[in-house]
Design a protein around this ligand. Structure first.
Ligand code: PLP
Length: 363
């Protein structure tokens, strides 16, 4: 990584691969001889069509997305999908199940209350969101239309390593913070959705991967911008899409393919996460990660200091060494290191060295 860049441990928007940023910079004001920036192009012109089509094709290759699924590039963040999903899949009286393993799952549940009859069938709240339930313990509603999970809780650092089988419905997943961090069997899901701004691009783009037979049943009150049918029929070009963001996502997808695909990416992510969790576990309690070991996130690593009064100093000293955004979410405190795809191994190595030095100074 270049000397003038920091190691950015932010939860999102997060760091992007340096080579992707440099490529975007090199094409910024004249995209491939078009005489225009991507920011200036008509979203209906042949140049932008080639960009969005290539982005979709590369994402399909990366995730091995079956042809029965549509890929949509939307706006409004994952938060908008919290409403769009019940609006598109349910009538107001329909029952749906939510497994709540952290704050994001809880927000999704609360929004669904406006448009359907959701039930929290498991919540990790009483254990401060440090666990994923055993699937055989889940009491799924026999008539639920879908089962909603958040595959990686960004704030609490808990990640599903396998997925529950919905009894009579569909599995719907918010993958915002571990999207494209490892291979996923898309065919197990009815819908996968993710905000781009963690692993695959800048904020402003939300990717929705949806099984085609689920499209076309939206409630009448559904705003046109939330109707999957409208976006599917218009190939994400019903209105002006976030063109530059989609272009950036496309560059990231190309980069992930060049790195060997998501199997290779997962290996790199495991190596980084192992390094950091081992450093925490081997610190004899100086650092602590509250999350149950088997479900620790490869992406977001929350940890606290035994001497909590040192946390502010930890964050400040790390920043002096160009490691930024290590403060935990305001709702949980402590520290959090987000180590998405684009975080180089060198960034995690540097953090681990810093943690050891900090402990030696303060033990
Ligand atoms: N879901 C998860 C898991 C997230 O981490 C976030 C944002 O951090 C959201 C949903 C909300 O996403 P957005 O801000 O794109 O609406």
């Amino acid at each position: 990584q270049s000397q003038d860049r920091v190691f950015n441990f932010a939860a999102g928007p997060a760091n992007l691969p340096e080579n992707v940023l440099l490529k975007a910079q090199s094409e910024l004001y004249n995209w491939r001889g078009s005489g225009m920036s991507v920011m200036e192009m008509s979203h209906r012109g042949k140049e932008f069509l080639s960009i969005i089509q290539k982005a979709e094709a590369d994402l399909r290759t990366l995730l091995n997305i079956p042809p029965e699924y549509s890929v949509l590039f939307l706006q409004g963040g994952a938060t908008t999908q919290f409403a769009a999903i019940p609006l598109n899949l349910c009538k107001p009286d329909d029952k749906v199940d939510y497994v709540v393993t952290g704050s994001w799952g809880d927000k999704a549940f609360k929004e669904a209350q406006k448009y359907s009859q959701p039930k929290v069938i498991w919540s990790g709240k009483s254990e401060k969101y440090t666990k994923i339930p055993a699937f055989e313990e889940l009491e799924q509603s026999p008539d639920a239309k879908y089962l909603h999970i958040c595959t990686n809780e960004t704030i609490h650092g808990v990640e599903f390593k396998t997925y529950p089988t919905p009894k009579n419905g569909l599995l719907i997943a918010d993958m915002s913070s571990n999207f494209c961090s490892k291979p996923v069997d898309v065919s197990k899901f009815g819908i996968i959705y993710a905000g781009a701004q963690k692993n695959v691009g800048p904020s402003g783009v939300t990717v929705v991967i949806i099984r085609k037979d689920l499209i076309g049943n939206a409630q009448e009150i559904t705003p046109v911008m939330l109707d999957f049918k409208i976006h599917d029929e218009n190939k994400s070009l019903y209105n002006t899409p976030p063109c530059y963001g989609i272009y950036m996502c496309g560059l990231v997808f190309e980069d992930l393919l060049e790195q060997g695909g998501l199997g290779e990416i997962e290996k790199k992510n495991k190596r980084k996460a192992d390094l950091l969790y081992n450093a925490i576990d081997e610190s004899k309690g100086f650092y602590r990660c509250p999350v149950e070991k088997s479900v620790r996130s490869l992406m977001n690593v929350p940890f606290t200091l035994e001497k909590s009064e040192l946390e502010a100093e930890f964050v400040k000293e790390a920043a002096k060494e160009k490691m930024v955004q290590l403060k935990g979410h305001r709702s949980v405190g402590g520290m959090r290191a987000s180590i998405y795809n684009a975080m180089p191994l060198a960034g995690v190595e540097k953090l681990v060295d810093f943690m050891k030095d900090f402990q030696a100074k303060h033990a």
